[in-house]
Design a protein around this ligand. Structure first.
Ligand SMILES: [Zn+2]
Ligand SMILES: [Zn+2]
Length: 341
């Protein structure tokens, strides 16, 4: 079978390896669609994602759907032919965080397609991969495999909103209008936000945000004044830009909340903490997701959330390099996906 492996910075190879075999409780999955995410691009274009450095060939990919090709002894949750969303989160289930219901903070997390551990935990950009049945979510109905691959990023956005205060009647800012930014717009509206503004430094992502329900867009690079006055109850910093985080702190009202969702650069950053004190802000982090993955699968399969406008292209695994370049060009794409040929 074909697999896509990053050996080092800008060294991605399509390689043929033997089909994997499965054991008890395991499921062999044929890739349906796999979304290329910011962290996959960091691995490809930089050879690292923040502090996680590639030390052996890494199969990226943690946002995927698939079709069950084979099941091991004892598997009851799915059967051959099922269309599934795949959760890339493999928590230990035994540590204090897991037992406390916060599996995404697990001390022994094995997150797919990540170089955080060595040997690396391989991801899903390959024709077939093996999954524990607990990570497979069967879905009925006519939802496409491309849409179903949004379960992971939608879960990120739902978790961000779930980490913040209730949104009914509130005014919200989202900085960054890429996939997670657009999904955060959707999640904030599901949460009842009265008004959702989005900022970005490119027009195309802002147009996408309007298509999925934003009320107002701000070109942060051209209209700095737009974010200088306090006007929002809650801000979600999704872009991973320090300037955007400062904008969030300035643009939320006294007593407001800022959620950091995007990954900021690894270097320490100077920060005016007095603004947080004097405005009595809540500054919180939102990392991955927990039960929100289950919700995301339901929102997608009922089309209560329609992500179809966000799919910019689907490419066979063999064209992964081309797809990674398109995914990086935010003036041309939102979500680019890889599919098994
Ligand atoms: Zn992702
Ligand atoms: Zn754990």
């Amino acid at each position: 079978m074909l697999t896509c492996r990053i050996h080092a910075k800008e060294d991605l190879r399509i390689e043929s390896i033997p089909d994997p075999s499965i054991g008890p409780g395991q499921v062999l999955v044929r890739l349906g669609a796999g979304g290329i995410c910011g962290s996959d691009m960091h691995y490809y274009f930089e050879g690292r994602n923040g502090s996680f450095v590639i030390r052996e060939p890494l199969v990226p990919g943690h946002e995927a759907s698939g079709v069950v090709a084979k099941t091991g002894p004892g598997v009851s949750r799915v059967k051959v032919g099922d269309k599934i969303a795949v959760s890339p989160s493999h928590a230990c289930g035994q540590c204090d965080y897991c037992r406390d219901g916060r599996e995404h903070l697990c001390r022994n997390m094995r997150f797919l397609g990540s170089a955080s551990l060595y040997p690396h935990v391989q991801g899903m950009f390959c024709e077939y991969f093996v999954m524990g049945e607990r990570q497979c979510y069967p879905v009925a109905g006519d939802i496409s495999l491309g849409e179903l691959a949004f379960a992971e990023p939608l879960a990120v956005a739902l978790h961000a909103v779930n980490r913040g205060p209730p949104l009914l009647g509130k005014s919200v800012l989202v900085t960054g209008a890429g996939t997670i930014g657009c999904l955060t717009v959707i999640a904030a509206r599901l949460g009842g936000a009265k008004h959702v503004a989005v900022s970005d430094v490119l027009d195309r992502p802002l147009e996408q945000a309007m298509r999925v329900g934003a009320d107002r867009t701000i070109r942060a690079d051209r209209d700095a004044d737009a974010l200088s006055a306090p006007q929002f109850d809650v801000a979600y910093e999704v872009s991973g830009s320090f300037a955007a985080l400062k904008g969030c702190v300035a643009a939320v009202k006294r007593g407001g909340t800022v959620l950091q969702v995007g990954t900021l650069p690894h270097e320490p950053l100077p920060f005016v903490v007095n603004d947080i004190m004097a405005k009595e802000l809540d500054l919180k982090g939102a990392f991955r997701w927990g039960i929100e993955f289950d919700w995301a699968v339901e929102y997608l399969s009922s089309r209560r959330v329609d992500v179809r406008p966000l799919i910019s292209g689907q490419y066979p695994l063999e064209e992964a390099v081309k797809a990674f370049h398109l995914a990086k060009d935010k003036s041309q794409s939102t979500k680019v996906q890889l599919i098994a040929a």
